[in-house]
Design a protein around this ligand. Structure first.
Ligand SMILES: Nc1ncnc2c1ncn2[C@@H]1O[C@H](COP(=O)(O)OP(=O)(O)O)[C@@H](O)[C@H]1O
Ligand SMILES: N[C@@H](CCOP(=O)(O)O)C(=O)O
Length: 292
């Protein structure tokens, strides 16, 4: 048996739609695999009742197919599904690493990015890699359709606040505008470049400024009850920037070390003011998938 732990991730980071992502130090999924004649799946943990065990419908089934590595796969969910925290990607990344080792396939981490992305296609309709890349590689990652993924180590404090509402990635992709104005394009490039410089310098002020996004985030914020109040509360508590995590409903705040506790409380209270229960993870940019 081989067991791997893969972290939650936060994709987009505002200005990097379908491009940027970070690995979170926690929460995480744990996946154990054993050789079998055909793939079977068992799921326990957070939101397990909402996750299919049919290999055609679970991301790990697609990963096992892509690696030609049939197995009994046990997924212990630490990352709630439809959270905006890369729940499906955590399972896909952990399964890719564990099956690669179980069957001695010899793929490197970068080779496994498109393999794990095949799993994402099962749930969102597209093999987007902005969650599986940071889940596999760790740190801050940039994915390009023609060029794989680039990863940068960074040291950054984060709060991810998960409300008790569900936003499916598939639905949230439906509200993304088809086109952008030149003014919004110029602003987005400036923000994305600022964010990248901030990641390279582990500078929460630059990263926070670079989270701003005039295009995708405003459209998606409407899907998250209480978003505007939660954002204001986090900024008032010291966050250097706030955005929707992935496709939502989680909200991500960047901050200086030492501010996480106050920001986490403010965000949970912000959701409570809108009548929505929530929990906050005081977390940080962390490592990628590891074999346990
Ligand atoms: N192993 C898995 N882990 C989590 N969700 C899965 C898995 N396999 C299939 N799914 C389905 O994927 C959807 C959640 O994925 P997604 O919307 O990408 O979540 P997140 O926003 O946390 O990344 C749910 O419909 C869930 O049933
Ligand atoms: N780029 C994708 C990221 C989805 O992330 P998830 O964690 O919500 O699955 C998108 O924005 O659709």
């Amino acid at each position: 048996m081989v067991t791997a732990r893969a972290p939650a991730t936060s994709a987009n980071l505002g200005s990097g739609f379908d491009t940027f992502g970070v690995a979170l130090s926690h929460p995480a999924d744990t996946v154990s695999v054993e050789r079998a004649a055909e793939t079977t799946i068992e799921v326990t943990g957070a939101g397990a009742d909402f996750i299919p065990t049919d290999p055609e419908k679970n991301v790990v089934g697609a990963v096992a197919d892509a690696l030609e590595a049939p197995a009994h796969i046990h997924i212990d969910k630490g990352v709630r599904p439809s959270s905006g925290l890369g729940s499906s990607a955590a399972s896909a990344a952990a399964a890719a690493v564990a099956l690669n080792e179980l069957y001695d396939r010899g793929y490197g981490r970068h080779d496994l990015v498109p393999v794990a992305a095949e799993g994402e296609a099962v749930v969102s309709g597209e093999a987007h890699a902005d969650n599986v890349a940071p889940a596999l590689l760790g740190g801050f990652t940039i994915v390009r359709s023609d060029d794989g993924a680039t990863s940068v180590e960074t040291n950054l404090s984060l709060v991810a606040c998960l409300p008790e509402v569900v936003v499916s990635t598939r639905d949230a992709r439906g509200v993304v505008p088809d086109s952008v104005s030149m003014a919004d394009h110029v602003e987005t490039v400036g923000n994305a470049a600022t964010l990248t410089a901030g990641m390279c310098r582990s500078d929460p002020r630059l990263v926070g400024r670079g989270l701003d996004d005039p295009v995708v985030t405003p459209a998606r914020a409407d899907l998250i009850t209480g978003y505007a109040g939660v954002r204001e509360a986090a900024l008032a508590a010291g966050a250097t920037g706030v955005t929707v995590s992935g496709a939502g409903p989680s909200v991500l705040a960047v901050c200086e070390p030492g501010r996480r506790r106050a920001i986490a409380s403010a965000m949970v209270e912000g959701f409570a003011d809108a009548g929505v229960g929530a929990r906050a993870y005081q977390t940080a940019v962390g490592d990628g998938t590891r074999v346990l």
